[in-house]
Structures are given as structure tokens and as C-alpha cells.
Design a protein around this ligand. Sequence first.
Ligand SMILES: C[S@@+](CC[C@H](N)C(=O)[O-])C[C@H]1O[C@@H](n2cnc3c(N)ncnc32)[C@H](O)[C@@H]1O
Length: 241
Amino acid sequence: MNRHEFLRALHRLVRPRTYLETGTATGQSIALSRVPSIGIDPQFSITAELFADVHLARTTSDEFFARKNPLAHLPKKVLDLAFVDGMHLSEYALRDYLAVERFTTPASVVVFDDMLPRSVDEAARHRHTRFWTGDVYKAGLALREFCPDLTVLEVDTQPTGVVVVLTPNAARDGILPGYDDWLDVAMAPDPQDVPAEILSRSRAWDPEKLLASKGWRALPKLRRSKKVDAAAVRAAFDDVL
Ligand SMILES: C[S@@+](CC[C@H](N)C(=O)[O-])C[C@H]1O[C@@H](n2cnc3c(N)ncnc32)[C@H](O)[C@@H]1O
């Protein structure tokens, strides 16, 4: 299963009310959305047919989220589904996540693209290969390390893997204690020391098995509940987690 097939399945199962992505390029991923959406990309050049009510922001994600009311376009100022696929450097991807998380509920879902590079070359911070993940995999590792409240799942999609984050916590308010120390380490010069579990995908989920969880279909109902919390979301996924 490729990343767009996986994302399409999430749209179908999660039935988000809103969608946002960083990195829109030609529109292949935002074309999967049928709900009010935001696409952010300083250099988008849309060729895909779009079916949703979309705000395309021709800017960087950092500038976009620094705006006073970045979700002004959306009827509901909350993000039910987000796709982080902008600049392929880990500090950008982590900042995108932290910015998106401010607008989530515990029943929201955030997906990162390109999280399972297939080689050290593909994971280089300075691009020198045709397919390029950069070192965004480090953003997933940082969330695992610093945010035990999150459920961070690597998924074996083609070509370069995704990470799904469940139970985001808006109360973090964009602040990750330890970010500055992490940044010093994350910006290591190439070649990157990519962990074996990332390259081998040894802990990555089979996408079909993960999508078969009853948890996804529970999210719309949980979202409607005023008392939705991370424990309720985790319980909904108890058939796989
Ligand atoms: C891999 S492409 C996105 C592909 C798209 N999501 C899809 O699946 O079809 C990455 C995009 O990120 C954009 N990008 C680069 N730096 C960015 C930034 N700081 N903020 C947002 N987007 C950025 C690039 O212009 C590029 O179009």
C-alpha cells in the first residue's frame, strides 16, 4: 500500500470534518480530501483535480502558523486529520507537528510522510538522491522520547513509510521541553546515523492490519463527545495496541 492509498483509507475511516497538510506540491494528497481543507506550500503548482473547499497558502508552514488566526478558512477551528509533508528536515517536521497539535482534539490523527528512509543516503539532510526523505524520521523519534502521552506508530507504506500519531495533546501548546538540546543533536552533519529499526522497519505496522482496527471508525463518535480524552481513544484501539 502506498502513502496516498493509506491516507485515502484514513479519510474514509476517520471521516474528518477538517484537513490540513504542510507540503502540497501538485495537490495529489489534498485531492483526497472532501472536507474544508488547508494546504500550505511556498511553491505549490496544482495539477490534481481538487474536490474540497480548499485554502491554498503560498507560504512556509512556519509563517502560516505564526498568523493570528491560521485556521480562519475552516468552519470549525479544529484539525481532525493532518498530513505533515513539507520541508524534509526533522526540525521543520517537528515544528509542523507542534503547530498542528495546538488545534487538535485527542481524537485527531496526524500523519507524517517519509518517516522510514530506505538508506542512509535517502535520509541525508543534504539531498543527493532522486527519492529523498531527509532526516524527518528524527521527528517521530523525538515524539516517542519526549511525549509519552502520544501513540506514535510507524507504518510500512511504500515507498518511504509514514508515522501516525494518535492522542495529540493541544495543551502542549506548541512547546516541547528539551527542543533546543534535541535540535543540537538532530542537526548532525551527514551521513546520518539512522537507527536499524528505522531502516529495517522492524517495528513498523502492516498498513492493512492497522487500518483494520475498530479504533478508526470510533473516532467520529469520540470527537462528538465533550469528554473525549486520550484514554478513551486508546481504549478504542485496544484490538491492535
Ligand atoms: C513531497 S512534497 C509534498 C507532496 C504532497 N503532500 C503529496 O503527497 O502529493 C513537499 C513539498 O513541501 C514544500 N515545502 C518545502 N518547504 C516547506 C515549508 N517550509 N513549509 C511548507 N511546505 C514546504 C515543497 O515546496 C514541496 O512542494
